[in-house]
Ligand binder design. Structure first.
Ligand code: SF4
Ligand code: SF4
Length: 184
């Protein structure tokens, strides 16, 4: 996804580029998040009015975020969207409720963490949600929430009720491949 920890990400280089079957992972940006960016890099996400998806560039058989530099740093690192910042955490909807979820195997930095390390990391994510009013962001941008997939670990309920599914992985593939993010 989306580069959250520069030093680990520079070694891994697993994010910000996608194979054709993983294109549904391309990062989403809110209207606010693209305010100071070149609008031609984005298209409206599905039927949304205030969420956009980045247009990836095809290079050989790989699709790359246009903000990814040759040195594998994010050109808009300080302005990268929540969707990129939050990786490898995600919000998922299950039976009309929204949960904070985590799939350690999707990121080489979080794969194989001890229980204590995972607890520390998830504690940071929970604090980030509270400090940045992410609950409001999710409430107003339902597109940022995935449909729940069985192989994802639920960490905490977000105390939000959603009646409609929003972001959907391709045929249940979500969480089954490594380093497909866009970010960090
Ligand atoms: S998979 Fe994890 S460590 Fe690798 S580039 Fe992505 S965020 Fe960074
Ligand atoms: S962190 Fe997000 S915006 Fe930056 S290069 Fe990666 S996918 Fe693109």
């Amino acid at each position: 996804m989306k580069q959250n920890t520069t030093s680990s990400c520079l070694k891994c280089k697993g994010c910000c580029k996608f194979e054709e079957e993983d294109l549904y992972f391309a990062p989403l940006f809110t209207k606010q998040e693209i305010k100071n960016l070149n609008k031609s890099y984005f298209k409206l996400y599905k039927n949304s009015k205030n969420v956009f998806q980045i247009k990836l560039k095809k290079q050989n058989n790989i699709y790359i975020c246009p903000f990814l530099r040759d040195n594998h740093l994010c050109e808009i690192y300080e302005q990268r969207p929540f969707d990129c910042k939050f990786w490898p955490f995600m919000f998922m909807k299950k039976e009309n409720k929204v949960y904070l979820c985590f799939t350690p195997e999707l990121c080489s930095e979080t794969e194989g963490l001890s229980k204590q390390q995972t607890k520390t990391l998830t504690g940071k994510a929970i604090k980030y949600i509270k400090d940045n009013n992410i609950k409001h962001l999710i409430k107003t941008h339902k597109e940022l929430v995935w449909n729940y997939e069985d192989d994802t670990r639920i960490i905490e309920e977000l105390d939000l009720i959603f009646t409609r599914a929003t972001r959907v992985a391709a045929a249940g593939r979500h969480g089954k491949q490594h380093g497909v993010n866009r970010n960090k």
